[in-house]
Design a protein around this ligand. Structure first.
Ligand code: ADP
Ligand code: ZN
Length: 723
């Protein structure tokens, strides 16, 4: 038999299918060991045939006793290559736990002891003065136990003696490593409201539905009901949530509803846990895959429903190689399985909402919170006025008085700090000097814990400055507030109140995020200060106040979506307040109070915002009214990078001449001109949406053609954060 094999080497030269032979019978999808050139490597069988015209070598053997890649995923691998420019092997790697490669993870096996002889017979067969052996026998009457447990409790000599006599027996069993074992949040099953029921009907009758529901409108309950339906039809489900830190909470609720049928997939798990959860899905033992972006590659078969919660979220776009849009993969799997795809959000992406408006997606709406709780009252505070009134603190007077009230009444508050990128840079008050990374040209961020300046792009560290190297002034200012300074300030204001901090630094350790959230949920702390991480999905019933400090920072991202992002952030973070019985209050602090984003956001007017923003995008020809393709060209040699960028630009101009759907080409230095000693240029192309299918492959080809000799090119469609 001839087998078509993809070898596990990521290199465009070998990214094709190779023929191998074997007399063994291997199912398609099997991971095998094969000779390749002078080495042996792993490969994946993606097809079989009777003959080939090329000379073949023999497969050495199989790697697993299961079939790692399902037929659906093999189709997906081909699809991603053909339509999305991903290497075959790169998509395959997304479909398996990374440590499976090279057999660096395996099933955990433990010795398990059970009784062999009848209890009475066994008792009569041991010595009278052997109380430990007797205790073991008594214990085993209740059922089997791991050898290690028995050894620890009764001593290994007692266990060994019984084994030697053949009164008990040892076998090896597979132990599943379960992430967040025993973590269950009890949520009683609810009866769906009429609104929820209606939304479900829309979903049931359509292929793809955008579920636009305000925060707290009960979207999660709709998801769980859809999943229940799928399970009762004998199908499986994939449930995606944006951030890793959210998964534990959702997991707890899902566990209480679906028990062991749920498997969780995300990068925060240990290698063993991830492998076991993946295997449980592959074997069909688990039927609901719950996880972040990568869970869209879950090895579920016969999928009934795919849900993307917070569908607008940036994390659904894989920013690094291999770059893919989760929406594309979800759509492929929906079609393949004839499943339902649900995109849920309180603030849908403009792309998705436009599709719903154009009738490409069905639209289901949940405009009210469950039990008609009002959305929290939102106030915009002009921070310039605060300064004029002599308030130089990071908190406005309004926010402080609300916080006093909240603390006094025994409620909880969440404070959001928009820290991505711009926060806590150092600035000289006198001359305006801002220290930058010598490799990256990006402003450095001050880290108080180790008293260092750090570059967030390359990680390089610098000593803090005692005076300005430019003018000698000794009063250097922290440009923006960070989570640490806020916590410090709160500790001064409320010495008796426990304040939690949640950001990249405090959540680096495994389970740290879950611990912080649990502490807050148990009301051991009254204030939670955090970055983007605290924005989404959390459901705390006693949070009555939400504060957004520096709300306008995200307006200055070098990104065509910065208005959209800001609107989403504010709506999401506001949605954390007043979710249960108590009414909520939201205070938004800004230096730019008249920007239309704040006007629409404070009235929860998504449609108003959509209309306005959509207009702006249409007149400027930005997505969703176009597709933007950026080719990033990088090289350590500036000359080479420039030459390659020029070649790429000329190639694009040529395509433009043939296809009027490609209506604009620009080439320039990238917003960050140098990262980790690599010079960066970019060629940006605007395409009409309807021409994407036809033109995109040509753009990929052009970018690939300059991708050589010390130059790397990287293609992004609708890049989110250009830098
Ligand atoms: P969303 O996901 O839209 O933010 P959730 O699904 O988390 O909203 O629902 C908000 C709150 O309302 C949750 O505490 C949830 O348990 C509760 N809830 C949702 N639907 C119902 C219902 N039909 N009956 C009673 N409570 C509900
Ligand atoms: Zn740097």
């Amino acid at each position: 038999m001839i087998y078509e094999v993809i070898v596990d080497i990521s290199n465009s030269e070998v990214d094709k299918v190779f023929d191998y032979s074997s007399s063994e019978d291997y199912p398609v999808g099997t991971r095998v060991k094969v000779p390749f050139g002078k080495i042996t490597t792993e490969g994946f069988i993606i097809g079989k045939k009777d003959s080939t015209s090329v000379k073949t070598r023999d497969i050495i053997g199989r790697q697993d006793d299961f079939v790692a890649i399902t037929p659906e995923m093999i189709d997906l691998v081909r699809f991603m290559k053909e339509h999305k420019n991903l290497r075959l092997i790169d998509t395959i790697r997304l479909c398996i736990p990374s440590k499976l490669r090279g057999n660096n993870v395996r099933e955990l096996k433990k010795n398990f002891i059970t009784a062999e002889a009848d209890f009475e017979i066994a008792v009569s067969a041991i010595k009278k003065n052997a109380p430990k052996q007797l205790a073991v026998l008594e214990r085993l009457q209740e059922g089997g136990e791991y050898e290690s447990v028995l050894n620890a409790r009764f001593g290994s000599s007692a266990v060994k003696a019984l084994l030697d006599k053949g009164l008990i027996k040892k076998s090896s069993v597979v132990v599943r490593r379960t992430p967040y074992e025993g973590f269950v949040i009890d949520k009683k099953a609810v009866t769906l409201t009429e609104e929820q029921q209606k939304a479900k009907e829309v979903i049931d009758h359509n292929d793809v539905t955008l579920l636009h529901g305000v925060t707290g409108s009960g979207k999660t309950e709709v998801y769980m009901s859809l999943i229940s339906d799928a399970l009762s039809e004998g199908k499986t489900a994939i449930m995606l949530v944006p951030e890793i830190n959210l998964t534990p909470q959702m997991l707890g609720v899902f566990r209480s509803r679906f028990g062991e049928k749920v498997a969780i997939l995300h990068s925060g798990l240990s290698d063993g846990e991830r492998f076991d959860e993946w295997l449980r899905l592959l074997s069909g033992e688990a039927k609901v895959a719950l996880g972040a972006r990568s869970a869209i590659f879950a090895p579920c078969e016969n999928v009934g429903v795919i849900i993307m919660d917070e569908e607008h979220d940036n994390s659904y776009v894989s920013e690094s190689n291999p770059r893919y849009f989760t929406h594309d993969v979800a759509e492929f799997r929906r079609k393949y399985n004839n499943a339902k795809l649900v995109l849920g959000s309180a603030t849908p992406s403009l792309e998705s909402y436009k599709k719903a408006s154009d009738g490409v997606y069905a639209l289901a709406e949940l405009p009210h919170r469950v039990h008609s709780n009002p959305l929290p009252d939102m106030e915009i505070v002009d921070m310039r006025k605060e300064i004029r009134a002599g308030n130089n603190s990071m908190f406005s007077r309004l926010f402080l008085s609300e916080l006093d009230k909240c603390i006094e009444e025994g409620n909880q508050a969440m404070i959001f700090i928009n820290r991505r990128g711009f926060a806590s840079f150092v600035r000289c008050k006198v001359c305006g000097y801002i220290p930058k990374c010598s490799d990256c040209e990006v402003s450095l961020t001050y880290h108080k814990e180790d008293d260092r300046l750090k570059c967030h792009y390359c990680g390089k560290q610098y000593h803090t400055l005692s005076e300005c190297p430019n003018c000698g002034n000794k009063h250097l200012n922290l440009g923006r507030i960070g989570t640490e300074t806020v916590v410090e300030e709160l500790n001064k204001l409320y010495p008796d109140v426990l304040v939690l901090r949640m950001d990249n630094d405090t959540t680096a350790a495994k389970n740290a995020a879950a611990d912080i959230l649990a502490t807050f949920r148990e009301k051991k702390a009254q204030i939670l200060v955090g970055t983007q991480m605290i924005v989404k999905g959390h459901d705390f019933s006693d949070v009555t106040l939400v504060g957004v400090l520096d709300a306008d920072l995200s307006l200055y991202y070098s990104d065509y979506r910065s208005n959209e992002t800001t609107f989403q952030l504010i709506t999401q973070v506001a949605g954390r307040a007043g979710r249960d019985q108590k009414p909520g209050k939201v205070v938004i602090q800004t230096y730019n109070p008249h920007h239309y984003v704040f006007g629409f956001a404070s009235k929860y007017d998504y449609k108003g915002f959509y209309k306005k923003e959509s207009n702006v995008r249409e007149t400027t020809s930005f997505p969703p009214y176009s597709k933007i393709v950026r080719v990033l060209v990088k090289s350590e040699n500036e000359e080479k990078a420039l030459t390659a960028a020029r070649l790429c630009y000329n190639g694009m101009r040529e395509i433009k001449g043939k296809y009027p759907g490609l209506f604009r080409v620009q080439a320039m230095r990238a917003p960050i001109t140098k990262i980790s000693n690599e010079y960066r240029f970019q060629v940006v192309v605007w395409l009409k949406v309807e021409d994407e299918e036809e033109v995109l492959p040509l753009l990929y080809q052009t970018a690939d053609s300059v991708n050589k000799r010390g130059v790397v090119t990287f293609v992004e469609v609708n890049p989110t954060q250009m830098r």
